[in-house]
Design a protein around this ligand. Sequence first.
Ligand SMILES: [Zn+2]
Ligand SMILES: [Zn+2]
Length: 753
Amino acid sequence: MKRRRLRIAGTVQGVGFRPHLHRLARSVSLTGAAGNDDEGVWCEIQGRRADLDAFEARVTAEAPPLARVDSVRATDVPAVEGEREFSIAPSALGSGTVAGTVPPDVAACGACLAEIADRGGRRYRYAFTCCTDCGPRYTVVRSLPYDRERTSMAAFPLCRACEAEYHDPADRRHHAQAVCCGKCGPSLSLESTAGEAIEGDPIEEAASLLRAGRIVAVKGVGGYQLACRADDSAAVGRLRRRKHREEKPFALLVASVEAATAISVLDDSALRALTGPEAPIVLAPRRESAAVAAEVAPDTRLLGVMLPATPLHALLADAAGVPLVCTSGNRSDEPIVTDDDRVGTELGDIADAVLGHDRVIERRADDSVGHVVAGGFQLLRRARGYAPGTVRLDGDGPPVLAVGAELKSTVCLALGADAHMSVHLGDLEHPTALATFETAVADLFSLTRATPELLVHDLHPEYLSTKFAVSSDLAPRLGVQHHHAHLASCLTDAGFRSPAIGVMFDGMGWGTDGTLWGGEILVGDAGGYERFAHLHPVPMPGGSAAVRQPWRMALAHLHEVFDADLPALACVTDHLQDAPQVLGQCHPGQSILTTSMGRLFDSVAALCGVAGTVTYEGQAAIRLEQAAGPDARRYPVEISDGTPAVIEFSPVVEAVTADLLAGHEPSAISAAFHRWVADVAVAVSKQGREATGLTAVAISGGVFQNRRLVELLVPDLEKSGFEVLRHRQVPPNDGGISLGQAAVGRATLAGGS
Ligand SMILES: [Zn+2]
Ligand SMILES: [Zn+2]
């Protein structure tokens, strides 16, 4: 008789790992025990040596689908006399750092969806059905280790039937922490926003309100959502007005893959993402025939489509029978509402009724968003289903906390070899988002009990995340340049461990020379960088006003190229009254300078007449991308020598102006402009290769949310012999900044020791 102790690390809690070990032990007739603790899962097995070896090999090979085993360490221990079976031990509560991670929430599995459709079964139409393979995790966890008594399911003692399933090793609910049924679990309610109960079956009644064009607040897994029927222009328009969201696209909830393909064109990659356990919103081209109101997404031909992530959503979508708008339950861009107590004040004048329930949402998580680009699925917002799943780092190192940027905020804690990323926290411009941000930071610590050795922040002094860091005494601080963080984020995300040429194109980030950067070619890695090239700087007349009013940027670019002799384009003649003041702000010293590629997109959009003013971030670029027709023309690329080299915008602004004056359509100009941006990136990458010998190009920054550009650039770079490094696990926009900051922090600590 031999006995062995195994220590299993990775995403191994809340994913059915102990039941997996239990089944394995039985199948090879071993005795012993398994349990959760702060470091992951431990297990002791006893039996013949050959059986122990067989068990050990199968621990990883046959791990449950949601698990990620990072390591299994085995040590021999003395055999135990008289042990008769394999048991699951109660969790050990330690006080050290918790290396285990909370698993993300998992969309309802096929078996559970079949169960809620089974008339004879005891979970028929039960909205909180789940099992070891699916259901809420992150959004119900209070603390680790992940066991029912430390989740919001603790309020619902198991009935006998559920308890029997929970303890039966042969059942798919063996040790499923959120298991419940209609007899013992949470229950639904439907109320008016004034708090009066609405009689009848909550799902059926909510569906009939939706069908009648009303707006219903739905308590989802990570927060309240707002729903209305998507084919009803009046209902969608009402939702926009009440929510103060003028033009930013709304996501859609559909009941099935068939319903999704009826309204949007989904290739294999898109279908895989759509039907995966993360159940994100997938952006896909709209079908001409789609019965979806134009008000859902006025700026784009793409629709954001998602399948039900919970049985509640499955039942509701099915009962409604039409695609539903399903958007974050908040006013404008504030954080999504999670508290039942706040629904009345926050959503009372938006929704007509509230479909709620009595399970507490412990943690906020918006729906995740992504799209398929250049053959792969790319996340644009990382939240429910993905977070707080970790990203592997270069290696081990001291704990580092990174607080991200400002828009699309996330925070990241580097712990061991893992980066623990928060969910998408929204834009920190809103005071309520700042509270969410502070909660997320506290949360990372309470879940991991780590003490950071370094606190990393952006260089922008006005970002609320920077201010938080500056006023914090958590750890020594390190400011990291925004685009260096983008580069390090992309390299970490791609698992690339050498320096690369980084094409960092985005809206803007604070530079080291007092200008706002955003059209940057950086050469380096997390340990350091050199600014190899950048776009020619231009004034931003009126500062942030130029972001909201792209026509101001257009005047700035025209002024740089044509001086006082402005061409008679609509974006000039339409603003004749304001032009002198704006042009005055273009004189030296009057406005902050920027090298932003995002602002150049804004200018071209304004020149083309597709976006003079915008109501949400990125809108001008989205409209310009949507305007692009077939790709025929090419604009000249000019890069001036120097250290750093300068990418000139005057040739492209001159060419766009000439084309507009010659009567070319915006579709042709937009196509040529996208082509020009790709050509610039390839040309400057080649110069970078010549200068440094590096052959890998990392692409990151908000501009690379643009599908058209990525699909032009990636094959062009590959044809030129470059290895292209792209984001896979975190978004290319500022949602990925905290990961890069953490990587730079780690490299800095390593370099200094
Ligand atoms: Zn299930
Ligand atoms: Zn039950």
